[in-house]
Structures are given as C-alpha cells and as structure tokens.
Design a binder for this molecule. Structure first.
Ligand code: PAF
Length: 281
C-alpha cells in the first residue's frame, strides 16, 4: 500500500493511475478502523481497480472539543488493517495540510441536514461537507463508499453533491451497516465502552429489530416510538438523545399513523459514549 501525507504527490499519483485507465474507489474515514470500514474496502476492491482510503479526524465536524480530543487515533493499526484488506492507497494528511487556512464555506443543504444529527450537533454536517468536498476534489473518485450506519450523513452528502459538485452525482455508494454477531453496529466509538456498557449497548440494536417487527405487524408510529423509549429507559447506562421515524429519502416526519417508506434513526448515550444506529422499515 502506498501512503501519502500530502495532497500534491497523491493527486499526481492518482492522475497517473487514471491515465492508465484505472477506476478509483474511495473510502473516507476518520481512522480507528474496524470491520465496518474493511467491508467498504472490500466492496470498493470488487468494483474498482484501485481503492484509496483517507484517514483524517476532521476537526471542523466536531461541535464538542472534548469529543474531538477523545476520538481514537490508531494510525499504525489502521495501516495494518488496510494492508490486510488490500487497499492500494492511504491518504493520512495533517490538519494543516487539509486546512492551510480556515475553511469558512457554508453549505446550504436544506431540510435533510436540519433534523436529527443536524439539530443535535449544530455545524456538524457543514464540517462533514467541508472535508468530504475537499477529499472528493483531491481523489476525484469514480465511486465513493459510505456506511449506512451514518444514514443521515449519506443523505446530506448526496444533497451536497447534487447542489455543489455535480461531477460527483451518482458516485456515492451506500453500503450496509456492519454489525457484530450479537447485533451491535460496529463503530470506532465502541472502543470507549466498558464491558458493562457494551452489554447495555446491545439493547439499541435489539430494540430496533423489535421495532421493525412491530412495524411489519402493522404498529403505529406512536406505538413504535413508545416501545423504543421504554426499552432504552430500562437500562441505567443508556440515555436516549432522540429517536425519529422519518421518510427514508427526505428524513422528514411521515404523515399518518403507520410508517411507510421509513427509516428509524436513534442516538443514545451509553455512559459518555454517543452511539447512533438505524433500521429501514
Ligand atoms: O463518517 C465519517 O467517518 C466521517 O464523517 C467522514 C465521512 C470520514 C468525514 O470526516
């Protein structure tokens, strides 16, 4: 695997590969890689000649300084995992390389970015759009792979591309959530959980699976959200930040009693660790 820390040499290398007719798949990450990221690399490897991965903890998407400082940084282990899964290129820039000057761009994404994470983490999606648009400009990939655990992030990035980067339209690929055998959605943040907290975290996915079953049997939106709130409240380690049943494309509330064409998105604090998960209905 070739490793680049600077933009210009990476761009030159990618341009040379493109001249050889190679298709480039891109996986953007913040490191602390796990099997969820590995699954994106595997999909990209199948669909492209070259898989390029970025590892960059993007400061502009953290609205909480402590969260940014605490975010796990494990570059040596990340390199090992990427080599094992046969990624071709790693881009691991410094903050100064990515932001030689302050990025003051404001992305007007609209309602899809204003609910849920947009409401609870003000500025978060603007930071995501800042860094991903920069990364897309550097990589100019044929396809870019994102995990559905960050369901709203994918919707926001598709809207960002439609409005600001039409050359990337149709190139964002949404990939299934990777779960541990017991159902927990894989996340870099899981490594902050104690054994007891990890056991509590299981309630989140179990509850979502239960909610889907209820929906399949015809439960109303209110019955489903009441059930979810009760399940999360049953564990002392867990504290619900929000649960929303939303239209799977617009992420806006669904009119009527029954959920249709919907996704349930949930964010829960497990101790001090903020966990997100979702399920399509
Ligand atoms: O999903 C993530 O890990 C990050 O939000 C991303 C897309 C790498 C941007 O920093």
């Amino acid at each position: 695997m070739e490793i680049f820390y600077e933009i210009e040499p990476l761009k030159k290398r990618l341009a040379a590969l493109r001249r050889q007719g190679k298709k480039i798949g891109f996986v953007a990450t913040m490191g602390a890689l796990h099997k969820g990221h590995a699954s994106l690399v595997e999909i990209s490897n199948r669909e492209n000649d070259i898989t390029a991965v970025s590892v960059f903890v993007n400061p502009t998407q953290f609205n909480n300084k402590e969260d940014l400082e605490k975010y796990p940084r494990t570059l040596d282990a990340d390199v090992k995992l990427l080599e094992e899964y046969e990624a071709d290129i790693l881009f691991a820039p410094s903050v100064d390389e990515m932001y030689p000057e302050e990025d003051t761009r404001q992305f007007e994404i609209g309602p899809v970015a204003e609910v849920m994470e947009g409401k609870f983490r003000p500025g978060h999606f603007n930071g995501v759009c800042q860094v991903v648009s920069k990364l897309f400009n550097i990589m100019a990939p044929d396809h870019a792979y994102f995990g559905q655990k960050d369901y709203q992030q994918i919707a926001v990035l598709k809207a960002m591309v439609n409005k600001y980067m039409p050359e990337m339209k149709g190139k964002i690929v949404s990939c299934p959530i990777k779960r541990a055998d017991d159902g927990l959605a894989l996340s870099s943040r899981n490594q902050h959980l104690s054994e007891e907290q990890r056991a509590s975290a299981l309630i989140i996915s179990k509850t979502l699976f239960g909610a889907k079953e209820m929906s399949d049997k015809g439960a109303t939106q209110k019955e489903i959200t009441d059930y979810i709130k009760k399940q999360i409240a049953s564990d002392a380690n867990l504290c619900l930040e929000y649960v929303e049943i939303a239209d799977k494309d617009t992420l806006q509330p669904i009119p009527g009693d029954k959920p249709a064409n919907a996704v349930i998105c949930i964010t829960v604090y497990d101790g001090k660790t903020r966990l997100i998960d979702n399920i399509l209905l």
